[in-house]
Design a protein around this ligand. Structure first.
Ligand SMILES: C[S@@+](CC[C@H](N)C(=O)[O-])C[C@H]1O[C@@H](n2cnc3c(N)ncnc32)[C@H](O)[C@@H]1O
Length: 266
């Protein structure tokens, strides 16, 4: 309609543009230094070794730049693959909330998962928290709010927060969701999961997607067993790299091996 702003959500990209530019800068910088060393430094083994090392670094950075571009293409909401969209919808599918029920999205980024849960559960109340640091500079609270308006999701709020110490009392939410957040945070990641689950009400649902590799999380089978011993029900760690969200080969080249969805009820 004339004069009316046509809003389209913009969920940005999980591969930050700044990181791709940093790789490109590294490639260009090392390439130039290799040229300078090769052409301007006076002879000898040192010059040859330095030139070769700088040229090799330039090639590595160039490879990382190409990888970054391909990652952005796979994640893009506008591209052909649309992997991010598939993952978000796949996680949101696990949450069914009645009127007035509350759901927390930990590390909401650009709001995608919380908004997807909100669209599926229009009478529930969603809260998204994120620390919105400089590593994901394109994500912000304002962007989340803009995306929620564009999607017509009104029962959602966003606020600054830290996944490692959530600013909510025990058993606040009827559901907790998260996608690709905890692996970004150094430290004891099983403890971060427990911190999220602390805020979940008894009987509440959780759907937490992340890279649950042994290197990042330690023994997740033991963690699942521990939850069951604590009385959690229907706890499952579902491999999402077997075609559910991505192919195994994609997970491998994209550095997403170990991706899985931890679901269950408290
Ligand atoms: C790959 S993005 C995923 C964003 C969002 N969950 C999604 O699926 O679109 C990772 C997010 O984790 C957030 N994050 C990292 N460390 C965090 C922390 N300690 N507390 C809260 N959020 C954090 C980042 O700011 C970023 O938005």
């Amino acid at each position: 309609m004339e004069g009316e702003e046509i809003m389209k959500p913009d969920y940005k990209n999980w591969m930050p543009k700044g990181m791709v530019y940093a790789f490109l800068g590294g490639a260009a910088g090392c390439g130039v230094l290799a040229l300078v060393a090769g052409l301007l430094l006076s002879g000898g083994t040192f010059r040859s070794v330095l030139t070769i090392c700088l040229a090799a670094l330039a090639v590595v950075f160039l490879g990382m730049t190409i990888w970054g571009v391909l990652m952005r293409r796979a994640f893009s909401y506008d591209g052909r693959r649309q992997m991010s969209k598939g993952i978000i919808e796949g996680v949101a599918e696990h949450v069914k909330l009645s009127a007035g029920a509350r759901c927390l999205d930990v590390g909401c980024g650009s709001g995608a998962l919380g908004i997807a849960v909100g669209k599926r559960n229009p009478r529930a109340e969603i809260v998204g928290i994120d620390r919105w640091g400089k590593e994901y500079a394109s994500f912000s609270r304002e962007l989340c709010e803009k995306n929620a308006r564009a999607e017509g999701v009104v029962h959602i709020t966003f606020r600054q927060g830290d996944a490692t110490h959530l600013d909510f009392p025990d058993e606040t939410f009827d559901a907790v969701v998260s996608n690709y957040v905890y692996h970004n945070i150094p430290g004891n990641r099983q403890q971060y999961l427990m911190e999220t689950l602390r805020t979940l009400k008894k009987g509440g649902t959780f759907a937490l997607h992340d890279i649950f590799s042994k290197m990042k999380y330690g023994d997740m089978e033991a963690f699942v067993k521990r939850l069951k011993e604590m009385g959690y029900e229907k706890v499952e760690l579902i491999d999402t790299t077997d075609g559910m969200f991505m192919k195994r080969s994609e997970a491998l080249w994209m550095g997403l091996s170990g991706s899985a969805l931890l679901v269950g009820r408290k």
